[in-house]
Design a protein around this ligand. Structure first.
Ligand code: NOJ
Ligand code: CA
Length: 526
Protein backbone atom coordinates (compact mmCIF):
# COMPACT_ATOMS: atom_id res chain seq x y z
CA UNK A 1 0.00 0.00 0.00
CA UNK A 2 2.79 2.43 0.89
CA UNK A 3 4.27 2.03 -2.56
CA UNK A 4 1.45 3.23 -4.67
CA UNK A 5 0.77 6.32 -2.54
CA UNK A 6 0.88 9.24 -4.94
CA UNK A 7 1.17 12.50 -3.04
CA UNK A 8 -0.96 14.73 -5.23
CA UNK A 9 -3.69 12.12 -5.74
CA UNK A 10 -3.83 10.44 -2.33
CA UNK A 11 -2.49 13.20 -0.13
CA UNK A 12 -3.74 16.54 1.14
CA UNK A 13 -2.59 19.93 -0.10
CA UNK A 14 -2.45 22.92 2.25
CA UNK A 15 -2.50 26.45 0.86
CA UNK A 16 -0.34 29.00 2.64
CA UNK A 17 -0.75 32.72 2.03
CA UNK A 18 2.82 33.57 3.07
CA UNK A 19 2.16 37.17 4.13
CA UNK A 20 -0.26 35.90 6.75
CA UNK A 21 1.12 32.62 8.04
CA UNK A 22 3.99 33.29 10.44
CA UNK A 23 6.29 36.28 10.81
CA UNK A 24 9.82 35.36 11.95
CA UNK A 25 11.44 38.82 11.98
CA UNK A 26 8.52 40.79 13.42
CA UNK A 27 7.98 43.25 10.61
CA UNK A 28 4.28 42.38 10.49
CA UNK A 29 4.56 40.29 7.31
CA UNK A 30 4.77 36.52 7.25
CA UNK A 31 7.90 35.03 5.68
CA UNK A 32 9.75 31.85 4.70
CA UNK A 33 11.53 31.45 8.04
CA UNK A 34 8.09 31.75 9.61
CA UNK A 35 6.87 28.83 7.50
CA UNK A 36 10.02 26.83 8.28
CA UNK A 37 9.25 27.30 11.97
CA UNK A 38 5.82 25.76 11.43
CA UNK A 39 6.83 22.69 9.44
CA UNK A 40 6.50 20.47 12.51
CA UNK A 41 2.97 21.75 12.96
CA UNK A 42 2.16 21.02 9.31
CA UNK A 43 3.63 17.55 9.64
CA UNK A 44 1.60 16.86 12.75
CA UNK A 45 -1.52 18.01 10.94
CA UNK A 46 -0.78 15.28 8.39
CA UNK A 47 -0.69 17.24 5.14
CA UNK A 48 1.41 16.10 2.17
CA UNK A 49 2.09 19.31 0.30
CA UNK A 50 2.02 23.06 0.67
CA UNK A 51 1.00 25.47 -2.05
CA UNK A 52 2.62 28.82 -1.43
CA UNK A 53 0.83 31.82 -2.84
CA UNK A 54 3.45 33.84 -4.78
CA UNK A 55 6.78 34.46 -3.04
CA UNK A 56 8.54 36.28 -5.91
CA UNK A 57 9.60 39.95 -5.83
CA UNK A 58 6.47 42.03 -6.20
CA UNK A 59 5.39 45.66 -5.81
CA UNK A 60 2.34 44.17 -4.03
CA UNK A 61 -0.47 45.96 -5.77
CA UNK A 62 -2.06 42.50 -5.88
CA UNK A 63 0.09 41.10 -3.05
CA UNK A 64 2.40 38.85 -5.02
CA UNK A 65 0.08 38.24 -7.97
CA UNK A 66 2.00 41.03 -9.71
CA UNK A 67 5.46 39.55 -10.22
CA UNK A 68 8.57 41.62 -10.92
CA UNK A 69 11.03 38.70 -11.21
CA UNK A 70 10.05 35.05 -11.65
CA UNK A 71 13.38 33.59 -10.65
CA UNK A 72 14.01 35.09 -7.24
CA UNK A 73 12.47 35.38 -3.77
CA UNK A 74 10.96 38.63 -2.53
CA UNK A 75 13.27 40.04 0.19
CA UNK A 76 10.28 40.59 2.50
CA UNK A 77 9.82 36.80 2.47
CA UNK A 78 13.52 35.93 2.68
CA UNK A 79 16.29 34.79 0.37
CA UNK A 80 16.99 31.98 -2.03
CA UNK A 81 18.93 30.35 0.83
CA UNK A 82 15.81 30.48 3.01
CA UNK A 83 13.83 28.93 0.20
CA UNK A 84 16.34 26.09 -0.13
CA UNK A 85 16.16 25.54 3.61
CA UNK A 86 12.38 25.36 3.32
CA UNK A 87 12.63 22.77 0.54
CA UNK A 88 15.02 20.63 2.59
CA UNK A 89 12.96 20.93 5.78
CA UNK A 90 9.77 20.08 3.92
CA UNK A 91 11.33 17.09 2.14
CA UNK A 92 12.53 15.68 5.48
CA UNK A 93 8.90 15.68 6.56
CA UNK A 94 7.61 14.29 3.25
CA UNK A 95 5.92 17.60 2.50
CA UNK A 96 5.94 18.61 -1.16
CA UNK A 97 6.20 22.19 -2.36
CA UNK A 98 3.91 23.80 -4.93
CA UNK A 99 4.70 27.29 -6.20
CA UNK A 100 2.13 29.70 -7.55
CA UNK A 101 3.09 30.85 -11.04
CA UNK A 102 1.39 33.98 -12.28
CA UNK A 103 2.25 33.87 -15.96
CA UNK A 104 -0.71 35.64 -17.52
CA UNK A 105 0.64 39.04 -16.55
CA UNK A 106 3.61 40.64 -14.83
CA UNK A 107 3.89 43.60 -12.50
CA UNK A 108 4.12 46.95 -14.29
CA UNK A 109 7.45 47.26 -12.45
CA UNK A 110 8.86 44.16 -14.14
CA UNK A 111 11.95 45.14 -16.18
CA UNK A 112 10.29 43.66 -19.29
CA UNK A 113 7.35 46.03 -19.02
CA UNK A 114 9.55 49.00 -18.20
CA UNK A 115 11.46 48.25 -21.42
CA UNK A 116 8.28 47.55 -23.31
CA UNK A 117 6.83 50.99 -22.69
CA UNK A 118 10.02 52.84 -23.63
CA UNK A 119 9.31 52.85 -27.37
CA UNK A 120 7.46 50.95 -30.05
CA UNK A 121 10.71 49.56 -31.44
CA UNK A 122 12.08 48.37 -28.11
CA UNK A 123 12.74 44.60 -28.34
CA UNK A 124 10.41 44.09 -25.36
CA UNK A 125 7.58 46.17 -26.77
CA UNK A 126 5.87 43.16 -28.29
CA UNK A 127 6.14 41.19 -25.02
CA UNK A 128 2.88 42.83 -23.95
CA UNK A 129 -0.41 43.54 -25.71
CA UNK A 130 -0.01 47.05 -27.09
CA UNK A 131 -2.53 48.37 -29.60
CA UNK A 132 -3.16 51.63 -31.39
CA UNK A 133 -6.28 53.56 -30.44
CA UNK A 134 -9.26 53.50 -32.77
CA UNK A 135 -9.48 56.49 -35.12
CA UNK A 136 -11.60 58.33 -32.58
CA UNK A 137 -9.09 57.61 -29.83
CA UNK A 138 -11.12 54.85 -28.19
CA UNK A 139 -9.59 51.59 -26.91
CA UNK A 140 -9.21 48.81 -29.51
CA UNK A 141 -12.31 46.91 -28.33
CA UNK A 142 -14.87 46.59 -25.54
CA UNK A 143 -12.93 44.28 -23.22
CA UNK A 144 -13.21 44.99 -19.51
CA UNK A 145 -10.97 44.37 -16.52
CA UNK A 146 -12.46 42.06 -13.92
CA UNK A 147 -11.12 44.46 -11.29
CA UNK A 148 -13.18 47.35 -12.72
CA UNK A 149 -13.07 49.64 -15.76
CA UNK A 150 -11.85 48.99 -19.30
CA UNK A 151 -9.08 46.43 -19.76
CA UNK A 152 -7.13 48.88 -21.91
CA UNK A 153 -4.87 51.51 -20.35
CA UNK A 154 -3.76 54.43 -22.48
CA UNK A 155 -0.09 55.41 -22.51
CA UNK A 156 0.22 59.01 -23.80
CA UNK A 157 3.96 58.69 -24.51
CA UNK A 158 3.44 55.86 -26.94
CA UNK A 159 -0.06 56.87 -27.98
CA UNK A 160 -1.05 53.23 -27.53
CA UNK A 161 -3.14 51.14 -25.17
CA UNK A 162 -1.92 48.09 -23.28
CA UNK A 163 -4.22 45.32 -22.12
CA UNK A 164 -4.71 44.18 -18.51
CA UNK A 165 -7.36 41.69 -17.39
CA UNK A 166 -6.64 42.53 -13.71
CA UNK A 167 -5.22 45.75 -12.19
CA UNK A 168 -3.65 48.25 -14.58
CA UNK A 169 -0.43 47.48 -12.70
CA UNK A 170 -0.70 43.91 -14.07
CA UNK A 171 -0.13 44.15 -17.85
CA UNK A 172 -0.91 40.90 -19.71
CA UNK A 173 1.95 39.21 -21.53
CA UNK A 174 1.84 38.47 -25.24
CA UNK A 175 2.06 34.67 -25.19
CA UNK A 176 2.09 34.57 -29.01
CA UNK A 177 5.56 36.11 -28.99
CA UNK A 178 8.00 33.14 -29.17
CA UNK A 179 10.49 34.87 -26.87
CA UNK A 180 7.84 35.30 -24.20
CA UNK A 181 6.82 31.67 -24.54
CA UNK A 182 10.40 30.48 -24.25
CA UNK A 183 11.17 32.68 -21.26
CA UNK A 184 7.99 31.69 -19.45
CA UNK A 185 8.59 27.99 -20.00
CA UNK A 186 12.10 28.33 -18.59
CA UNK A 187 10.53 29.32 -15.24
CA UNK A 188 9.17 25.80 -14.78
CA UNK A 189 12.56 24.11 -15.18
CA UNK A 190 14.23 26.75 -13.04
CA UNK A 191 12.08 25.93 -10.01
CA UNK A 192 11.94 22.20 -10.67
CA UNK A 193 15.74 22.26 -10.59
CA UNK A 194 15.47 24.07 -7.26
CA UNK A 195 13.54 21.23 -5.66
CA UNK A 196 9.95 22.28 -6.26
CA UNK A 197 7.39 19.50 -6.82
CA UNK A 198 4.63 21.35 -8.57
CA UNK A 199 2.89 24.51 -9.60
CA UNK A 200 -0.43 26.23 -9.30
CA UNK A 201 -1.03 28.16 -12.51
CA UNK A 202 -2.83 31.42 -11.92
CA UNK A 203 -5.63 32.07 -14.48
CA UNK A 204 -3.82 29.94 -17.05
CA UNK A 205 -6.72 29.89 -19.51
CA UNK A 206 -6.45 33.66 -19.86
CA UNK A 207 -2.93 33.55 -21.39
CA UNK A 208 -4.30 33.78 -24.93
CA UNK A 209 -6.88 36.26 -26.16
CA UNK A 210 -8.53 36.40 -29.56
CA UNK A 211 -5.88 37.27 -32.16
CA UNK A 212 -8.35 39.53 -34.00
CA UNK A 213 -9.34 41.30 -30.77
CA UNK A 214 -13.04 40.93 -31.51
CA UNK A 215 -15.56 42.63 -29.23
CA UNK A 216 -17.19 40.41 -26.61
CA UNK A 217 -20.94 40.06 -27.16
CA UNK A 218 -23.08 41.67 -24.49
CA UNK A 219 -25.37 40.00 -22.01
CA UNK A 220 -27.38 40.97 -18.95
CA UNK A 221 -25.35 41.75 -15.84
CA UNK A 222 -24.70 44.31 -13.16
CA UNK A 223 -21.07 45.32 -13.45
CA UNK A 224 -19.62 46.15 -16.88
CA UNK A 225 -17.48 43.00 -16.72
CA UNK A 226 -20.54 40.85 -16.17
CA UNK A 227 -22.42 42.49 -19.01
CA UNK A 228 -20.29 40.58 -21.53
CA UNK A 229 -19.92 37.00 -22.66
CA UNK A 230 -16.21 36.38 -22.25
CA UNK A 231 -15.78 34.67 -25.61
CA UNK A 232 -12.71 36.47 -26.84
CA UNK A 233 -10.67 37.52 -23.81
CA UNK A 234 -9.95 34.02 -22.48
CA UNK A 235 -10.06 30.24 -23.14
CA UNK A 236 -8.66 30.40 -26.67
CA UNK A 237 -7.78 27.13 -28.47
CA UNK A 238 -4.01 27.81 -28.46
CA UNK A 239 -3.98 27.00 -24.75
CA UNK A 240 -4.12 23.26 -25.31
CA UNK A 241 -0.86 22.96 -27.22
CA UNK A 242 0.82 25.16 -24.63
CA UNK A 243 -0.42 22.86 -21.87
CA UNK A 244 1.05 19.92 -23.82
CA UNK A 245 4.38 21.69 -23.84
CA UNK A 246 4.24 22.53 -20.13
CA UNK A 247 3.32 18.93 -19.31
CA UNK A 248 6.24 17.70 -21.37
CA UNK A 249 8.61 19.75 -19.18
CA UNK A 250 6.99 18.43 -16.00
CA UNK A 251 7.13 14.84 -17.19
CA UNK A 252 10.89 15.06 -17.12
CA UNK A 253 10.60 15.39 -13.33
CA UNK A 254 8.71 12.29 -12.19
CA UNK A 255 6.17 12.94 -9.47
CA UNK A 256 5.76 16.60 -10.35
CA UNK A 257 2.35 18.22 -10.59
CA UNK A 258 0.42 21.17 -11.98
CA UNK A 259 -2.95 22.43 -10.87
CA UNK A 260 -4.56 25.17 -12.91
CA UNK A 261 -6.81 27.95 -11.78
CA UNK A 262 -9.41 28.13 -14.51
CA UNK A 263 -10.80 31.57 -15.01
CA UNK A 264 -14.45 32.16 -15.94
CA UNK A 265 -14.95 28.47 -16.63
CA UNK A 266 -17.67 26.03 -15.64
CA UNK A 267 -17.11 22.45 -14.50
CA UNK A 268 -17.11 20.98 -18.00
CA UNK A 269 -14.71 23.60 -19.37
CA UNK A 270 -12.43 23.13 -16.36
CA UNK A 271 -12.34 19.36 -16.92
CA UNK A 272 -11.16 19.82 -20.52
CA UNK A 273 -7.82 21.13 -19.34
CA UNK A 274 -7.03 17.98 -17.34
CA UNK A 275 -5.41 14.93 -18.88
CA UNK A 276 -2.22 12.97 -19.31
CA UNK A 277 -0.81 15.52 -21.77
CA UNK A 278 -2.41 18.53 -20.08
CA UNK A 279 -2.74 19.55 -16.43
CA UNK A 280 -2.85 17.05 -13.59
CA UNK A 281 -5.68 18.99 -12.00
CA UNK A 282 -7.69 22.21 -12.10
CA UNK A 283 -9.91 23.94 -9.58
CA UNK A 284 -13.64 23.33 -9.72
CA UNK A 285 -15.22 26.50 -8.31
CA UNK A 286 -18.71 25.10 -8.65
CA UNK A 287 -18.21 22.82 -5.62
CA UNK A 288 -16.89 25.65 -3.43
CA UNK A 289 -19.70 27.99 -4.37
CA UNK A 290 -22.53 25.83 -3.02
CA UNK A 291 -24.75 26.96 -0.24
CA UNK A 292 -25.28 24.75 2.80
CA UNK A 293 -27.30 21.94 1.30
CA UNK A 294 -26.22 18.29 0.95
CA UNK A 295 -28.02 17.93 -2.37
CA UNK A 296 -26.09 20.83 -3.86
CA UNK A 297 -22.71 19.43 -2.89
CA UNK A 298 -23.68 16.03 -4.15
CA UNK A 299 -24.81 17.31 -7.52
CA UNK A 300 -21.67 19.46 -7.94
CA UNK A 301 -19.49 16.49 -7.10
CA UNK A 302 -21.34 14.21 -9.50
CA UNK A 303 -21.12 16.78 -12.27
CA UNK A 304 -17.38 17.11 -11.65
CA UNK A 305 -16.73 13.36 -11.74
CA UNK A 306 -18.85 12.98 -14.88
CA UNK A 307 -16.97 15.75 -16.66
CA UNK A 308 -13.58 14.14 -16.06
CA UNK A 309 -12.08 11.40 -18.22
CA UNK A 310 -11.57 7.98 -16.71
CA UNK A 311 -7.89 8.45 -15.83
CA UNK A 312 -8.26 12.00 -14.52
CA UNK A 313 -8.33 12.70 -10.82
CA UNK A 314 -10.57 15.35 -9.23
CA UNK A 315 -9.62 17.79 -6.50
CA UNK A 316 -11.80 19.84 -4.19
CA UNK A 317 -11.57 22.98 -2.11
CA UNK A 318 -13.93 25.09 -0.05
CA UNK A 319 -11.81 28.17 0.64
CA UNK A 320 -8.94 30.13 -0.87
CA UNK A 321 -7.39 33.61 -0.70
CA UNK A 322 -10.01 35.11 -3.03
CA UNK A 323 -13.24 34.12 -1.29
CA UNK A 324 -15.04 34.23 2.05
CA UNK A 325 -13.79 31.44 4.26
CA UNK A 326 -15.90 28.27 4.41
CA UNK A 327 -16.50 28.56 8.16
CA UNK A 328 -17.79 32.12 7.70
CA UNK A 329 -20.08 31.06 4.88
CA UNK A 330 -21.56 28.03 6.58
CA UNK A 331 -21.42 28.55 10.34
CA UNK A 332 -23.46 30.67 12.69
CA UNK A 333 -21.20 32.76 14.91
CA UNK A 334 -18.48 30.73 16.57
CA UNK A 335 -20.41 27.45 16.42
CA UNK A 336 -18.12 24.98 14.59
CA UNK A 337 -20.56 22.16 13.96
CA UNK A 338 -21.13 23.00 10.32
CA UNK A 339 -17.47 23.77 9.73
CA UNK A 340 -16.67 20.27 11.02
CA UNK A 341 -19.16 18.64 8.66
CA UNK A 342 -17.65 20.67 5.81
CA UNK A 343 -14.15 19.53 6.78
CA UNK A 344 -15.27 15.90 6.93
CA UNK A 345 -16.81 16.19 3.47
CA UNK A 346 -13.75 17.85 1.97
CA UNK A 347 -11.46 15.18 3.42
CA UNK A 348 -13.52 12.14 2.45
CA UNK A 349 -15.31 12.93 -0.80
CA UNK A 350 -13.52 11.76 -3.94
CA UNK A 351 -10.75 14.17 -4.95
CA UNK A 352 -7.56 15.65 -3.55
CA UNK A 353 -8.52 18.03 -0.73
CA UNK A 354 -7.06 21.53 -0.61
CA UNK A 355 -7.11 23.10 2.86
CA UNK A 356 -6.71 26.88 3.10
CA UNK A 357 -4.48 27.92 6.02
CA UNK A 358 -6.54 28.31 9.19
CA UNK A 359 -9.42 26.22 7.85
CA UNK A 360 -8.32 23.47 10.24
CA UNK A 361 -9.03 25.78 13.20
CA UNK A 362 -12.24 27.10 11.69
CA UNK A 363 -10.81 30.57 11.10
CA UNK A 364 -13.44 33.15 10.27
CA UNK A 365 -13.15 36.18 8.02
CA UNK A 366 -12.34 39.48 9.68
CA UNK A 367 -14.81 42.36 9.35
CA UNK A 368 -13.63 45.35 7.36
CA UNK A 369 -15.18 48.47 8.86
CA UNK A 370 -13.59 51.41 7.11
CA UNK A 371 -12.72 51.99 3.49
CA UNK A 372 -9.43 53.51 4.61
CA UNK A 373 -8.44 50.21 6.28
CA UNK A 374 -8.61 48.27 3.00
CA UNK A 375 -5.43 46.88 1.47
CA UNK A 376 -6.83 45.06 -1.57
CA UNK A 377 -7.51 47.78 -4.18
CA UNK A 378 -10.72 46.19 -5.52
CA UNK A 379 -12.21 46.65 -2.06
CA UNK A 380 -11.76 50.41 -2.51
CA UNK A 381 -13.09 50.38 -6.07
CA UNK A 382 -16.28 48.56 -5.21
CA UNK A 383 -16.81 49.87 -1.65
CA UNK A 384 -19.28 49.44 0.04
CA UNK A 385 -20.85 46.75 -2.20
CA UNK A 386 -17.76 44.59 -2.07
CA UNK A 387 -14.92 45.05 0.39
CA UNK A 388 -12.25 43.09 -1.44
CA UNK A 389 -10.34 40.07 -0.25
CA UNK A 390 -8.62 41.27 2.93
CA UNK A 391 -11.23 39.54 5.12
CA UNK A 392 -10.08 36.01 4.29
CA UNK A 393 -6.36 36.86 4.48
CA UNK A 394 -5.97 37.75 8.16
CA UNK A 395 -3.00 36.38 10.15
CA UNK A 396 -2.96 32.73 11.19
CA UNK A 397 -4.02 32.31 14.81
CA UNK A 398 -1.37 30.34 16.65
CA UNK A 399 -1.71 31.28 20.33
CA UNK A 400 -3.57 33.61 22.66
CA UNK A 401 -0.53 35.89 22.87
CA UNK A 402 -0.32 39.34 21.28
CA UNK A 403 -1.30 39.26 17.59
CA UNK A 404 -2.24 35.60 17.96
CA UNK A 405 1.44 34.66 18.06
CA UNK A 406 1.75 35.61 14.38
CA UNK A 407 4.11 38.53 14.93
CA UNK A 408 5.41 40.69 17.75
CA UNK A 409 4.58 43.86 15.85
CA UNK A 410 1.41 45.07 14.16
CA UNK A 411 0.45 42.63 11.43
CA UNK A 412 -0.23 43.93 7.90
CA UNK A 413 -3.89 42.98 8.40
CA UNK A 414 -5.64 42.79 11.77
CA UNK A 415 -5.97 39.49 13.59
CA UNK A 416 -9.50 38.20 14.09
CA UNK A 417 -10.65 39.18 17.57
CA UNK A 418 -11.70 35.60 18.29
CA UNK A 419 -8.00 34.62 18.48
CA UNK A 420 -7.93 34.49 22.29
CA UNK A 421 -9.86 31.23 22.10
CA UNK A 422 -9.67 30.29 18.42
CA UNK A 423 -5.98 29.50 18.10
CA UNK A 424 -3.91 26.39 17.39
CA UNK A 425 -2.47 26.08 20.89
CA UNK A 426 -5.85 26.26 22.55
CA UNK A 427 -7.78 24.04 20.13
CA UNK A 428 -5.07 21.37 20.15
CA UNK A 429 -5.79 20.81 23.87
CA UNK A 430 -9.50 20.27 23.30
CA UNK A 431 -10.33 16.78 21.97
CA UNK A 432 -13.65 18.07 20.62
CA UNK A 433 -12.28 21.06 18.75
CA UNK A 434 -12.45 21.41 14.99
CA UNK A 435 -8.66 21.08 14.94
CA UNK A 436 -8.67 17.74 16.80
CA UNK A 437 -11.55 16.58 14.60
CA UNK A 438 -9.76 17.56 11.39
CA UNK A 439 -6.54 15.87 12.53
CA UNK A 440 -8.46 12.73 13.41
CA UNK A 441 -10.08 12.51 9.98
CA UNK A 442 -6.75 13.16 8.29
CA UNK A 443 -5.19 10.32 10.26
CA UNK A 444 -8.08 7.99 9.41
CA UNK A 445 -7.71 8.95 5.75
CA UNK A 446 -3.97 8.21 5.89
CA UNK A 447 -4.66 4.56 6.73
CA UNK A 448 -7.48 4.02 4.28
CA UNK A 449 -6.74 3.84 0.56
CA UNK A 450 -10.51 3.78 -0.01
CA UNK A 451 -10.75 7.33 1.37
CA UNK A 452 -7.87 8.42 -0.83
CA UNK A 453 -8.36 6.84 -4.21
CA UNK A 454 -11.55 4.83 -3.78
CA UNK A 455 -14.53 4.98 -6.11
CA UNK A 456 -17.36 7.25 -5.11
CA UNK A 457 -20.88 5.87 -4.80
CA UNK A 458 -23.68 8.16 -3.64
CA UNK A 459 -26.09 6.43 -1.26
CA UNK A 460 -29.79 7.02 -1.42
CA UNK A 461 -31.01 9.11 1.49
CA UNK A 462 -33.15 12.03 2.46
CA UNK A 463 -31.24 14.64 0.43
CA UNK A 464 -32.34 17.60 2.51
CA UNK A 465 -30.44 16.72 5.64
CA UNK A 466 -27.99 13.93 5.02
CA UNK A 467 -25.09 13.51 2.64
CA UNK A 468 -24.25 9.82 2.41
CA UNK A 469 -21.75 8.12 0.13
CA UNK A 470 -19.44 5.20 0.07
CA UNK A 471 -15.85 4.93 -1.04
CA UNK A 472 -14.67 1.58 -2.36
CA UNK A 473 -11.19 0.36 -3.05
CA UNK A 474 -10.39 -3.28 -3.77
CA UNK A 475 -11.97 -5.21 -0.86
CA UNK A 476 -12.54 -2.15 1.31
CA UNK A 477 -15.76 -0.25 1.63
CA UNK A 478 -16.29 2.84 3.77
CA UNK A 479 -19.56 4.65 4.28
CA UNK A 480 -19.69 8.34 5.09
CA UNK A 481 -22.74 9.79 6.79
CA UNK A 482 -22.74 13.55 7.16
CA UNK A 483 -25.65 15.14 8.96
CA UNK A 484 -25.97 18.66 7.55
CA UNK A 485 -28.90 19.44 9.81
CA UNK A 486 -29.76 20.19 13.42
CA UNK A 487 -32.08 17.17 13.50
CA UNK A 488 -31.45 13.71 14.73
CA UNK A 489 -31.62 11.29 11.79
CA UNK A 490 -31.84 7.54 11.38
CA UNK A 491 -30.09 5.74 8.56
CA UNK A 492 -30.59 2.17 7.34
CA UNK A 493 -27.21 0.60 6.77
CA UNK A 494 -26.51 -1.83 3.95
CA UNK A 495 -26.19 -5.46 5.03
CA UNK A 496 -23.22 -6.36 7.17
CA UNK A 497 -21.37 -5.16 10.22
CA UNK A 498 -19.97 -1.64 10.12
CA UNK A 499 -17.24 -0.38 12.38
CA UNK A 500 -16.78 3.28 13.24
CA UNK A 501 -13.27 4.47 12.42
CA UNK A 502 -13.35 7.14 15.11
CA UNK A 503 -11.66 6.20 18.39
CA UNK A 504 -14.76 4.54 19.83
CA UNK A 505 -14.50 1.73 17.23
CA UNK A 506 -18.16 0.97 17.86
CA UNK A 507 -19.89 -1.47 15.56
CA UNK A 508 -23.24 -0.98 13.89
CA UNK A 509 -25.70 -3.18 12.09
CA UNK A 510 -28.96 -2.42 10.31
CA UNK A 511 -29.59 1.09 11.60
CA UNK A 512 -27.62 3.99 12.95
CA UNK A 513 -28.85 7.15 14.64
CA UNK A 514 -27.05 10.30 13.65
CA UNK A 515 -27.05 13.25 16.01
CA UNK A 516 -27.35 16.82 14.68
CA UNK A 517 -24.26 17.67 12.60
CA UNK A 518 -22.72 14.32 13.43
CA UNK A 519 -20.33 12.56 11.07
CA UNK A 520 -19.90 8.81 10.79
CA UNK A 521 -17.07 7.05 9.01
CA UNK A 522 -18.02 3.38 8.94
CA UNK A 523 -15.95 0.59 7.46
CA UNK A 524 -17.35 -2.76 6.46
CA UNK A 525 -15.96 -5.43 8.76
CA UNK A 526 -14.44 -8.35 6.88
C1 NOJ B 1 -6.24 34.80 -9.35
C2 NOJ B 1 -5.62 34.92 -8.00
O1 NOJ B 1 -6.06 33.87 -7.20
C3 NOJ B 1 -6.00 36.29 -7.47
O2 NOJ B 1 -5.63 36.43 -6.12
C4 NOJ B 1 -5.34 37.32 -8.34
O3 NOJ B 1 -5.76 38.61 -7.95
C5 NOJ B 1 -5.68 37.12 -9.82
N1 NOJ B 1 -5.63 35.75 -10.22
C6 NOJ B 1 -4.73 37.87 -10.70
O4 NOJ B 1 -3.45 37.28 -10.66
CA1 CA C 1 8.49 39.06 8.33
Amino acid sequence: MENDFLWWRDGIIYQIYPRSFADSNNDGIGDLQGIIGKLDYLQSLGIDAIWLSPIFPSPDVDFGYDVANYKDIDPKFGTMADFKQLVVGAKQRKIHIILDLVLNHTADQHPWFLQSKKSKDNPYHDWYLWEDPKLNGDPPNNWQSIFGGPAWEYDPDLDQYYYHMFYKEQPDLNWRNPNVRKEMLSIFSFWLENGVDGFRLDVFNAYFKDAQLRDNPSKFGIRAFERQEHFYDNSQPEMISLLNEIRHILDQYPGSYTVGETFLANTEQTAQYIGEDKLHAAFNFDFAENRWHPKRFLSSAKKWYRALQEDDWPNNFLSNHDMTRAATRYSFGEDDRRAKVAAAMLLTIKGTPFIYYGEEIGMRDITIRKKSDIKDPIGKTFWPLYKGRDSCRSPMQWTDEENAGFSKSDPWLPVNQNYSTRNVQNLAKDPNSILSFTKKIISIRKNEPALQRGDFIPLATDPKHLLAYSRKYQEDEIILLLNFSSRELAYDLPKGVWISLFEDRKTFEKQVNIRPYQVYILKRED
